[in-house]
Every structure is written in C-alpha cells, then in structure tokens.
Design a protein around this ligand. Structure first.
Ligand code: AMP
Length: 301
C-alpha cells in the first residue's frame, strides 16, 4: 500500500477532475527574495468562479453545527483515495491550489484544536514514508484552519523540494534533534532535524511503529519548548493553543500563532514554509510592500 499512495492519488485526481468533483484553483507564482530567504507569492486567478470554504469562513464555533456541515465525516466519494491504518482516511483536497494535495482525516470526528495523538502520527508516518512530501497542520482557526474536523495535509514534493518549500534550505541546516530557533527565520518557532532513515519505506511493521512513536515524541518536545501545553475546558478535552506544524522527511517545525491574518490576508502553515497565498494582485502588492518576514513575525506569537 505504502508505495501506491501517490499513484492512487494521481488516478483519483484524474477521475475527480473529469467529473468536476475536484475544483482546482489556478495561481500565478512570483518568487520574492528577502534577506537571503526565498518566498513564493501565489496569486489566485479564478477565485470569482468558485468559492472554497477556505475563503468563506463562517463562524463555526458551535461543535454541533460543524459536525452537521462536516465535509470530512461523510466525504465526497469521488475524492476518497484510501484508508490509512484503522483510524484515518486520505481525501483529495477539493479546492486545491497546489497539485497532489491530500487531506489525512480522522475517520471519527475529532476537533482540529485537539492535540495530535499517537494514532495521528502512525498515519502521518505511513504517508510520509510513501514519498517525500510537505506535511502540515493548521491547529485551530487562528492557525488558518477552515474545518473543525481533524485533518493533517500533505503535498507531494517535486524533484527539488525547494520549489515547494522556499524556506527548506534554512530548515535543512538543522542537524540534530534538539529544538532550536533558527536565527535565519524571521518568526517565532522551534524546529529540529528528524533522525535519518525515520521514513525508510523498508522498515518492518514494528520498526515503523517505533519510528511513529519517535515522531510524536519529537512533536511533543517542540510544543513543550514553546509552552504549547494541553488544556481542557468544560466542552472539549485536550485542546492546544493555536499553532502550525510543518514537517518533511528531514525536519519538523512548530510555530505558535497570535493571529490568523495580516491586513485581511489569511496565513496558514504554508506561509511558514515560504508560500503566501493571496486572492488578487492588490494583496500580492500589499504583501511585498509590508515585507513577508515582517508579516510572518506579526502573526506568530
Ligand atoms: P484548512 O483550511 O486548513 O482547514 O483545510 C481544509 C481544506 O479542506 C481546505 O484546503 C479546503 O480546500 C478543503 N475542503 C473543503 N471542503 C472540502 C470537501 N468537501 N472535500 C475535500 N476537501 C475539502
């Protein structure tokens, strides 16, 4: 199954394209360099024709309402790629901007703001062992999530991952599993290098299980470093403050969030990989004028 994930995703994509279940956005890409950092500004070209829930955020504070309107619980069958382990399924992102964009969704409803569990890391480890990819998680509305049902996202890496992850060269400078704040990155964060071979696809079942346990341990270490501790309230359990998690096969990064947007421009985990998505040319100009580094700093804690 492992090696087939992305082949299967490509086949489902082709069929979903033809049936119009998949509603991709076109975006132009501009490369911007700031103090040696590479950023990509992606400007949507056909936003007027389709409306994604990502851009029509409504107040989804009510848990009941979100379960009712939940597109992940009873998913669109044409977007289904495969089940991953006993608790997760992979769906195509219906409104994708980037190619080969999967959602790793829990089969039962779980809140997006709840802490990631070992089961989530088992599934994530399986997906990241299939091929190099960028995985990310928008932990809560303030971190850019538009759906309350727990979903980790994966984008398959092109041959050169730097073309997808502008800040990859800085993050690949990490060389151990000690959480650090890189001086080169302009926002609050903690990051570490993942052990070599963690996603080796030839691991036995037991070895893969151990690797997933290690992955969760490193996630816990990063969030503890940033003081992102679980808390509970009367309605929900084990919530976390807003944060973004990003990882490749080589590194893991956690960014605590103070706000969801800058001047009306929403920023999710992808922004901290170096990719800024804007709705139109005016917003692209605004981003360049303000400076991307400054924007990222202003929305991290
Ligand atoms: P986020 O905005 O980070 O919460 O990610 C949720 C993603 O789900 C967005 O990127 C949407 O494009 C995507 N999405 C919304 N509705 C559906 C749906 N019915 N099926 C699959 N993906 C969806």
């Amino acid at each position: 199954m492992l090696s087939e994930l992305w082949d299967k995703a490509a086949k489902v994509t082709q069929a979903a394209y033809e049936s119009k279940a998949l509603l991709s956005y076109q975006a132009s890409v501009e490369t911007v360099t700031e103090a040696g950092l590479t950023f990509y500004i992606r400007t949507l070209e056909n936003l007027g024709e389709k409306q994604s829930p990502t851009f029509t955020k409504t107040d989804q504070n009510s848990l009941e309402a979100s379960v009712k309107r939940n597109p992940f619980l009873e998913h669109d069958s044409e977007l289904f790629v495969t089940n991953i382990g006993p608790n997760h399924k992979c769906l195509l992102n219906k409104y994708n901007v980037l190619d080969q964009h999967l959602l790793l969704v829990t089969q039962q409803f779980e809140l997006q703001i709840s802490v990631l569990h070992q089961q989530d890391f088992n599934a994530l480890h399986e997906c990241l062992s299939a091929a190099p990819a960028l995985a990310f998680y928008n932990g809560g509305k303030t971190a850019g999530a538009s759906q309350q049902h727990k979903h980790i996202q994966l984008i398959k890496a092109p041959d050169s991952i730097n073309q997808l992850v502008g800040l990859n060269p800085q993050l690949e400078m990490l060389n151990d599993e000690v959480p650090r704040e890189l001086e080169t990155l302009p926002f609050k964060h903690a990051a570490l290098a993942l052990p070599a071979g963690l996603f080796d696809p030839n691991k036995s079942e037991d070895e893969a299980k151990d690797a997933a346990i290690q992955l969760k341990h490193l996630y816990d270490r990063l969030r503890m470093t940033l003081g992102l501790d679980c808390f509970t309230d009367s309605e929900h359990s084990e919530q976390l403050p807003a944060y973004n998690l990003l990882l490749t096969q080589k590194w893991m990064l956690v960014v605590p969030r103070s706000s969801e947007s800058y001047a009306g421009i929403s920023l999710n985990a992808l922004a901290f990989s170096g990719s800024i998505l804007v709705k139109n040319k005016d917003q692209a100009e605004e981003v360049k004028k303000a400076g991307i580094s400054k924007i990222l700093q202003s929305v991290s804690l």
